[in-house]
Design a protein around this ligand. Structure first.
Ligand code: IPE
Ligand code: IPE
Ligand code: MG
Length: 237
């Protein structure tokens, strides 16, 4: 792990390809999601080793509710089981868990497990694992705009005082920096409503590998790819 160029502080991943991975093996789609949890474990450890401070993973989009009920239910069960089972290891390894996305649509049980895992891991200072659940960027922006509109209507905020910073601070991601690198697995080259505001200057990488097959070496490759990028932010050298 060479030191020459900065490593990303925040890596965000659109974990795609679980269903195709399962189908290729003649398995049910949910088995692909179970295998995907293993990849999260691997990548989280590798990211922490590199010194990445925030790892955001897109686990369930607002659009994913439209999938067959059987798959949605299996995913909800998997979220509960995974956060409960993983919490002791997260605490042990100094991982803080945070959830972004709109929670009111989840059952009481799912919300309870998520909140408990966040509370129990809040002291973690090695890396923050951010789960994007019932998340979509447009929905997040809609909620932020409503919140700001209420503050304006109540005379708490002047419209002229709304800056880009005000907006960033009103989003679910207010507690962390913007992603430096966004990875989407499975070869699809789209963002599917993920961190649209926050990714304005992120480097993007679209490897072909399906998420359950994503290894530590793939993560190392992502870091290398990132280090070879020339980030200009609209400026000239
Ligand atoms: C990503 O894998 C995980 C979720 C969206 C929950 P998919 O389930 O989208 O897998 P593919 O794209 O069908 O292969
Ligand atoms: C994006 O993947 C959402 C997650 C990874 C959770 P999808 O598989 O749902 O996105 P599309 O439908 O291919 O754009
Ligand atoms: Mg997909």
């Amino acid at each position: 792990m060479s030191e020459q160029k900065p490593i990303p502080q925040h890596v965000a991943i659109i974990m795609d390809g679980n269903g195709r991975w399962a189908e290729q093996r003649g398995k049910e789609r949910y088995e692909g999601h179970i295998a995907g949890v293993e990849s999260v474990r691997r990548v989280l450890r590798r990211a922490a080793k590199w010194g990445v401070k925030y790892l955001t993973v897109y686990a369930f989009s607002t659009e994913n509710w439209g999938r067959p009920a059987e798959e949605v239910n299996a995913l909800m069960e998997l979220f509960c089981k995974s956060v409960v089972n993983e919490t002791p290891a997260l605490i042990e390894e100094g991982v803080r868990l945070r959830v972004i996305g709109e929670r009111s649509r989840f059952s009481q049980k799912v919300r309870h497990y998520l909140e408990e895992a966040e509370r129990k891991t809040e002291e973690g200072h090695c890396i923050t694992l951010v789960l994007a659940l019932n998340y979509s960027s447009r929905d997040e922006i809609r909620r932020a705009v409503r919140h700001l509109a209420v503050r304006v209507a109540e005379g708490e905020l002047q419209p002229e005082a709304i800056t880009e910073e005000t907006i960033s601070r009103s989003l679910d991601t207010a507690f962390m920096p913007d992603p430096d690198l966004v990875i989407r697995t499975s070869g699809e080259c789209r963002l599917s409503n993920f961190l649209l505001w926050q990714s304005s200057y992120a480097e993007l990488w679209f490897p072909e590998v399906l998420w359950p097959d994503f290894t530590e070496e793939d993560f190392d490759r992502a870091i290398e790819v990132y280090r070879h990028r020339d980030r200009r932010f609209g400026l000239v050298k």
